[in-house]
Design a protein around this ligand. Sequence first.
Ligand SMILES: *Cc1c(COP(=O)(O)O)cnc(C)c1O
Length: 375
Amino acid sequence: MIPFNVPAVTGNEEKYILEAIKNGKLSGDGIFTSKCHKWLEDYLGCPKILLTTSCTHALEMAALLINIKENDEVIMPSYTFVSTANAFALRGAKIVFVDIRKDTMNINEKIIEEAITSKTKAIVPVHYAGVSCDMDSILKIAKKYNLFVIEDAAQGVMSKYNNKALGCIGHIGCYSFHETKNYTCGEGGALVINDPELIARAEIIREKGTDRSRFFRGQVDKYTWVDIGSSYLPSELNAAYLFAQLEKSLEINAERLKHWDIYYKNLQPLAEKRAITLPFIPSECTHNAHMFFIKVKDLKERTMLIKYLKQNNIMSVFHYIPLHSSKAGKLMGKFHGTDKYTTSESEKLIRLPMFFKLKEEEILYICQCLHQFYK
Ligand SMILES: *Cc1c(COP(=O)(O)O)cnc(C)c1O
């Protein structure tokens, strides 16, 4: 069976975890957390990175940092993971879903402006499959209405938009290092803080609402409760694993892109025959091959294809059930405008196996099965 995902292991994970154990400090913000912070800050050129326990928690921190309150409105696509919405719903915000673009499956930047009201506080673009949203348009709208932009860049680590890393474009970016993502530590994430004014409070929120970080830097002589917060820092064991992955991230990225290109090239004849639709990468974007998806005719064909691939020992999966049609989404959100593409396009999408150690012959076999199905 060709699995859908296998978490990457690149070589130094065990060694670094053993080092972390020997360092005698397993709680957060030790040597390996610092190494990850420094690596990411150097690579991204952003003012501040804070590792978190997940992207879910990074999003929750973002909602706290921008002071989301009851009845505020937050605009995002409905085609996303629950955490994008949950983070803001937890603070009592109303989630305003807008439709996606058919080509990238990202939020349709053209309908954001009409969804804005006097209650709107933030726009949350989700970079689906690690391919950027139209950030120039989104930043322009945000500036005009004085809104925060929180990038859900869970899938977009190492991707770029006009040569700028995803997560580093809005006020705040949120990364995931979950085992299903390109670079991982099992469960983990990061908050990318691009607005320097948010840094001091971010450290406090992440440390249970205390000024412990300032204490450790010798800036205050004792630490105490100064704000609301929670425990959002990962253990050194996670950071040690993650550091091994970050050091090899260029290699992981190159391998995944190679896989992506083989899929794309070998499935092009099916796209030319209009049997399937291939992913679209806008010219401003360089992506990280987080995902290889195709779109088929409809839900019925998708169900048949997933079954067919399984019979041929290939695990493929569909993706999000649009949030506005979910039980909680109906309670805590509303869809602005018409659902032209969200539901219909999400029903057509299939994700094919994509992971670091995927072999070329496996990809060729998967492509061959797809050709066979459409014969
Ligand atoms: C994976 C993912 C998340 C959640 O990440 P965790 O680290 O598992 O909390 C949030 N948003 C998107 C778009 C994701 O793909």
